[in-house]
Design a protein around this ligand. Structure first.
Ligand SMILES: O=C(CO)[C@H](O)[C@H](O)COP(=O)(O)O
Length: 213
C-alpha cells in the first residue's frame, strides 16, 4: 500500500513548502485539480523540478481529447495522470495508449459513477493502471465516504491497482486498510493539521504496518 498526498488548496509556493515538510513520508504527491485549474500545468513542472525523486500525479480529471491531455501532463513532468471513469471508452483507450507510449500511468477516478461494479470491470479490461473510488468534497460534506465502493471494486478488479480518495484521515484509516487498496490518497487529513510531518508520519506508519482494525 502506497500513500499519496493530495494538494488541493495551495498555490505553487505553498505546495513546495508543504512537500518539503512531508517528503520522506509519502510515496506520491498529487497536484490537485483546483491547483491545476488555478495555476496551470506549471504547478506540476515546479513540483517535479523540485522533487525529481517523488512520483507526481497530475489530477487533470480528463473527460475528452485524452491522448492530447495525457501528453501535456506528461510533458510537464507527471508520472501519473487522471481521467474520469465516465469518459468514453475511446477516451480511456486514448489515455492508456498515450501513457504507455510515454512510460506514464493512468489513474481512473470513479467519482459520480452510479454502477461502480460494472464500470470498474470495464475499465479493468481497458488496461488502466489504477482504479480509484472517490467521494468528492461536495458529497463528503453530506457525510458520505467510499469504503463500501472500495470493497466492491476489490471484488471485480483483476489487473489494475485499486485506490481510494476522499476525506480519509488517520482516524478512518483502519477501515480503509482493512480493504487493502494499493494506494491511499490523503489530502485534508494531512494538510489541515498544524504538524503535517507528524501526521504524515503516523499515517505512513499505520499503512506500512498494514494494521487491520
Ligand atoms: O481529488 C480531490 C478532490 O476532487 C482530492 O484531491 C481528494 O478528494 C483527496 O483530498 P481529501 O483527502 O482532502 O478529500
Amino acid at each position: 500500500m502506497k500513500l499519496q498526498l493530495a494538494l488541493d488548496l495551495v498555490n505553487i509556493a505553498q505546495a513546495l513548502e508543504l512537500i518539503k515538510e512531508v517528503e520522506g513520508h509519502i510515496d506520491i504527491v498529487e497536484i490537485g485539480t483546483p491547483v491545476i485549474n488555478k495555476e496551470g500545468l506549471k504547478a506540476v513542472e515546479a513540483v517535479k523540478a523540485a522533487f525529481p525523486n517523488l512520483e507526481v500525479l497530475a489530477d487533470v480529471k480528463i473527460m475528452d481529447a485524452a491522448g492530447y491531455e495525457v501528453s501535456n501532463a506528461a510533458a510537464a513532468g507527471a508520472d501519473i495522470v487522471t481521467i474520469l471513469a465516465q469518459a468514453e471508452d475511446s477516451s480511456i483507450k486514448g489515455a492508456v495508449e498515450a501513457a504507455k507510449t510515454l512510460g506514464k500511468k493512468i489513474l481512473v477516478d470513479m467519482i459520480a459513477v452510479k454502477d461502480i461494479k460494472t464500470r470498474a470491470a470495464e475499465l479493468d479490461k481497458l488496461g488502466v493502471d489504477y482504479i480509484c473510488v472517490h467521494t468528492g468534497y461536495d458529497l463528503q460534506a453530506e457525510g458520505k465516504d467510499s469504503f463500501e465502493d472500495l470493497r466492491t471494486i476489490k471484488n471485480v478488479v483483476k489487473n489494475a491497482k485499486t485506490a481510494i480518495a476522499g476525506g480519509i484521515k488517520f482516524e478512518t484509516l483502519p477501515e480503509v486498510i482493512k480493504a487493502q487498496p494499493d494506494l491511499i490518497i490523503v489530502g485534508g487529513g494531512i494538510t489541515s493539521k498544524e504538524d503535517k510531518k507528524a501526521e504524515a508520519t503516523k499515517i505512513q506508519m499505520l499503512i506500512k504496518e498494514g494494521v487491520i482494525a
